[in-house]
Design a protein around this ligand. Structure first.
Ligand code: SF4
Length: 281
């Protein structure tokens, strides 16, 4: 099979569109989870918040305005087919230009700044780009703006293996409990177990891309996801932390082989604003 040429301008145009759509149109899976949670939530205040979240999503979509004032850092996952050749500019420049244009056109808040002198770059670039080489001649783009109310509550820890599955469960529940109202519940709790420090964090973040309600293909892991969801919803934190039975909409776990001497665990918390949009070029 020959190499397929893909103009960088196509990538920029698509990233721009995905930035706008991700920040204004909440996925149907999240909206359905709000509806289901509204039926299940026992607290009247919690139910009212879930109703407001559905109303917020409707207004944002109809009026093309941001779902939340924190339009996040632009996290972009790219699956680059090994038979694709990007022409006209380099891939990272094309993506960053799309983010720049999308955030400007959408009137979204630029949050990206220098970590030390705190000077804002003004256009929400550079994006956080995760590139993976995959088979084929297509390029897959996923734009997942990440707010930092929830990102700040996320953690990676490298446990000794003796901690075991029960210890990992305890840690995840404790992380959600300690986060309280800060990550804007109801949450999707993304968990990465295994790998190295950075691999655990990456698979935890990637798990947030799965649709809410989607279960892991491995039955042991899907069972663990449901057990954790039940335990987390017993914490009583509730929608926006004002009490209730729906603290999390879902728990997603991804695993990766790890070293005999370690048990890495990453918890990446996603707020109720579970935004991501994708396209294949
Ligand atoms: S954590 Fe999410 S819902 Fe809360 S302010 Fe940030 S982006 Fe918005």
């Amino acid at each position: 099979m020959g190499v397929r040429e893909l103009p960088a301008g196509e990538i920029t145009k698509t990233v721009k569109r995905l930035c706008i759509e991700a920040n204004t149109i909440l996925g149907e899976d999240v909206i359905q989870a709000f509806k289901d949670s509204y039926e299940k939530e026992e607290s009247p205040l919690g139910r009212d918040i879930l109703r407001q979240l559905m109303e917020n999503a409707r207004i944002a979509k109809e009026e093309g305005i941001a779902l939340c004032q924190d339009t996040g850092l632009a996290v972009v996952f790219v699956g680059v087919g090994q038979d694709v050749h990007v022409v006209g500019d380099d891939l990272n420049t094309a993506i960053n230009e799309g983010v720049r244009q999308g955030y400007k056109e959408g009137y979204f808040r630029p949050s990206s700044l220098d970590p030390l002198n705190r000077k804002n770059f003004g256009d929400n670039t550079p994006a956080i780009i995760h590139t993976e080489i995959v088979p084929g001649d297509k390029l897959k783009l996923i734009v997942a703006p990440k707010g930092f109310g929830s990102e700040n509550m996320s953690r990676v820890v490298l446990f000794p293996p003796a901690v075991g599955v029960e210890g990992v469960k305890e840690y995840i529940i404790q992380r959600v409990e300690e986060s309280g109202p800060n990550p804007c519940p109801p949450l999707v709790v993304g968990v990465g177990i295994g790998g190295t420090l950075e691999k655990a964090a990456l698979i935890a973040k990637k798990s947030l891309l799965r649709p809410v309600g989607d279960r892991h293909a491995n039955s042991d892991i899907s069972k663990l996801e449901l057990e954790l969801l039940e335990d987390i919803n017993k914490l009583g934190i509730g929608p926006q932390g004002l009490g209730g039975t729906i603290t999390a909409l879902d728990v997603h776990i991804e695993t990766y082989p790890t070293h005999i001497g370690s048990l890495p665990v990453a918890v990446n918390i996603q707020c109720h604003c579970g935004r991501h949009k994708e396209a294949v070029l």
